[in-house]
Design a protein around this ligand. Sequence first.
Ligand code: DGJ
Length: 720
Amino acid sequence: MITYCKEKRLFRLSGKSFDYVMYVNDAGFLQFLHFGGRVGNDCDFFTAYGSTLAPNPQDRNFDMAFNEMPSEYAFFGHGDFREPTALIEREDGGLVSRFRYVSHKITAGVPVVPDMPHVRIGGDTLTVVLKDDFSDTEILLNYNVADDSDVLARNAEIINTGKSPVTLKRAFSFCTELPDDKFNVMRLHGTWGAERTPEVTPLGHGAVRLHSLRGTSSHQMNPFLGLLRRDCTEELGESYGFQLIYSGSYALTCEDGPFDTVRVQGGVNDTAFCWRLAGGERFVTPQAALCYSDGGLGKLSRSYADFLRDRVINPAYVKKRRPVVVNNWEATYFDFNNEKLFAIIDEAAKLGIDTFVLDDGWFGKRDDDTTGLGDWFVNEKKLEGGLKTVIDRCKKNGLKFGLWFEPEMVCKDSDLYRAHPEWAIHKEGVPLAESRNQLVLDFSRKEVVDHVFAVMSKVLEENDISYVKWDMNRNITENYSASLPADRQGELHHRYILGVYDLAERLTSSFPHIFFEGCASGGARFDAGMLYYFPQIWTSDNTDGYERAKIQWGTSICYPASAMSCHVSACPNHQTRRTTPFATRGAVASLGAFGYELDLSKLGAEEKELVKGQTEAYYKTAELVLSGDLYRLINPFTEDYFCEMLVSKDKKQAYVAGERLRSVPLDKNRLVRLVGLDEGKTYRIEELGLTASGATLVRHGLLLPRIAEYESWTWHIQEI
Ligand code: DGJ
C-alpha cells in the first residue's frame, strides 16, 4: 500500500512487514526517512526528524548540508562528497546537477520496464518526477510495493528533456540510506565450481563495492548485497537485502559516510560505461529488489524466494512440476554417438527419469571445445539420422527430449565465423583472448540476435524438443563493438545484455511449450534477471556431494530452491576427485530441481535401485521444492553437518535433508530444531517411526544421526 500525506509531502510505502518512508523536504529534495519495521502514521514526527538533516536554503552553508542529507537519488557537485547515484555530463562537460521534486503519481500494478526483466505482477507503483536545477534532465523514480511481499522493487529513468545530447557516466537504479552503520556486510563471492560463497565482514567507513565487469553477473560476485545487524542470526534479528534484477556487468556499493550513515546504491556497472541520450531520449535502469527482514537471514531468504517465484519468474513454469532429467555431459563429454546415448536413454525411463538432455557437441563439427559454436545444425557424422533418431528413441522409452545451446558464442573454426568475423566482439589491432577457444558474439547488434533467433528457431521447430539448456561459457573481453560510434563504446556491455534478454524473450514466447534452463559455465549467471526468463538455472558444475551442499546453501540466501538445478553425478567427482555415497549426492540434489549427470548404463544394480528410490522419493517432495519455505538448519561453512528443511506453506508437510561433513573421534549428541514447523500441529517422522508435537520439534528438536563423514539422512515429515 502506498499512502501520501499531502500536507507534509510524505510518502509511506508499506509491504507485508516493512515501511519505507520518505518526504519532499522544504528545499524540495526527495529525502529518505525510514526503511525497516512497521512504523506509525506519524507524518509530523517524521518531517520534524527529516528537517534536522535537510539542507536549509536560508543557510549560507546550504550546499555543505548535502553531505548529511539522506538522498533518494544522490547527485553530484554540491558538497555531498559521497558517491552519487548518477553522473550526467552535458555538452560543455559540466557534471553538476541538483534534482528536486516536481510531481508524483500512484498507479495500480507494476511499472513498465521495457526490454528488461522486471517484476511482472502485483502491488502499486509510486513514480516521483525529479528535475535538475541546471539542465533539461528529469529523473523518474519508480517504487513498487505489494501488501503480501517484503520486497520493494525500484528503478530510475533518466530523461533528456532538452535538445542537446547528454552523456550518462553513471546511471544507477536506486539509492537508499540507512541511518546508522551498525551492520555487517554480506556478499556471495566465488569462482567456477564454488559459486555464491557467503562472506560476512564488519562494515567499516568508506565504500564497499561488489561488482562484475565480465558481461555476466559472474561466478565471482553475485549481484546481491546484504546488510546484517551484528546480532542477526538465521532466525533472529534484522537484515536488509539489495539484489539486482539484472544479468550483465553491475555494481552494488554501500558507503559508510562521515555521519555514520550507510548509503546503498547500484545498477549497471559504471566502469567504462557511458550512455548517450539525444534530446527526448530516456535511459531506463534495471530494477533492484530491496528486502527487509525482522526474522533473521532466513526470513530474508524466504521473502526473496516468494518474491521471485510469485512475481518475477515465468509464471507458466514456476510452479509446474519440473522435469527430472538425465544429462549426458559428464557421462560422455564430447565423445558420443547414437549407441552411447541410447544406452543412457534406455535406462532412464526404467529408473523414473522423464527427460533426456543432450548437452554440448551435437552440432557443427564439434568433437571438442575448439570448433563449431555458432553452427546450430546437427552433426550427422556423430548422430546418424540426426536429432530425430535420438528423439525417437526417447519417445519409445516415454522420455522427453532436451537440447543444449550456447547461443551467445562463436568459435573461430565455424561456418558462422568464416561468414561473419565482424560479429564477434573485437577491437581491430588488439589480439583476441579465445577463452575456451571461443569468442563472444556482439549481441548489441540486432542482426546478430536475429540470426541466432532464426537458426535456433529452426532447430526448435523441426524437432520435438521440450527442454533447452542455454549455456554461456566465457567473459567479454576486447570490449568494442564495430557497430557503435566512438562516443557510444561505453554502451556495449549493457546493450549486449539487452540483446541476450531480447533473444530470451523471443525464444521463450515463440516456444512456450519449451522449458528453458539457464547456465553459464556452471552458475556464472545465476541472477534474478535470468530467472525472469528461465525458471531454473544450473547452479554449479561442481556436483560433489560435499561442496554442493555449500554452494546450494549460499545460493539459497537470495534465490528459491526451485531455481537451483541440482544433479547427482558420478564418483570420484569430476571436479574434486572426492568420493561421497550415492545416497548423499541424492539427498543434497533433492533440495533443488533434481536430476542426473552420469552414465546410467554404467551403474551397478544396487545404484540403479538407489536411482529408482531417489526419483520416487523426489516426486513426493517436488512440490515442496517448487513452493515450500526453506529453513537453513545447520551451516556447512561453520559446522560439521549440513542440514536444510523445506516446509509446505500450510505447514502440513516437511522434508529435511542433511549430511555429516566431518567425523570426529568422540561423537556428541546433538539436536537440530525444526524451526519451520507449526508448534500447534502433531507430526510423524517417517524414517524414525516417531510422532511428536510441532512444539517439541521446534523447541527441543531431533537428535542428529550418528553417521560417518559424507553420509546423509532424510526425514519425511507429515502432519497427522
Ligand atoms: C558448462 C556447463 O556448466 C556444463 O554443464 C556443460 O553444459 C558444459 N558447459 C558444456 O560445454
